[in-house]
Design a binder for this molecule. Sequence first.
Ligand code: APR
Length: 247
Amino acid sequence: FDGELKRAADALRAASRVCVLTGAGVSAESGVPTFRASDGLWEGHRIEDVASPMGFERDPRLVWNFYNARRANVRTVRPNPGHHALVRLEDRYGTRFTLVTQNVDGLHRVAGTKSLLEIHGSLYRTRCTYCGEVLDRGLDALPAIPHCHCGAMLRPDIVWFNENLPPDVWDAAQIAASECDVMLVVGTSAVVHPAASLIPIAKRTNDATVVEVNMTRTEASHYADVGLYGPAGEVLPKLVAELERTA
Ligand code: APR
């Protein structure tokens, strides 16, 4: 592990631009459940069914129950040392740093990350199914099925299974991936596309050094030049300390 840590720190030291891709694993130590670690079910429902346009059409109350439960969970959690270490990393690179997250929990924002692309949306926001208005509602409790002032039903402003990513955020993520010298891939199983395709984009476009931080090997591991296997809340602070120690 120490040798890999040093290699990762060396790559970061030589890097001009850094892109970080995070997934549910970075929030695990904060107490936000990951998707695929358990049995992939929520109260007996497949996650795909409560997080898809078809599921919402079939049973909006069930889908809102799921999201209201996730919003309530996120209200009780705080960023962990992994989120904070990524803020320190951003301090070092300034505008040459981009954090792309698949997480909708807002914890990177709460921790203080500034250059943040939430490519799967946010639990904080609602979107009207008719007029399209997007509102940031924080994490206050919402009605069982919230409605817009125009009368139509609201939905979470989250990218569901079988939906496209918002083009502006996705374009920015692709640019960050294609320009970076180091891509740090943290706490994602890398099975959901197009998010996971940012890793080969970084590799192929700029021959970026890919550093994986995860509990286990994943679909991203065969792209990884360096693998740091352990909890992100411990590995990321060690990585940043190593980088700062030898700066
Ligand atoms: N530190 C580092 N990695 C961890 C930790 C931890 N403490 N705990 C778990 N992990 C890793 C797991 O080993 C796994 O590889 O985090 C990963 C979580 O994977 P998923 O649950 O599949 O989450 P993610 O990759 O973010 O899912 C992608 O799928 O459900 C959709 O849209 C949703 O954004 C989500 C997307």
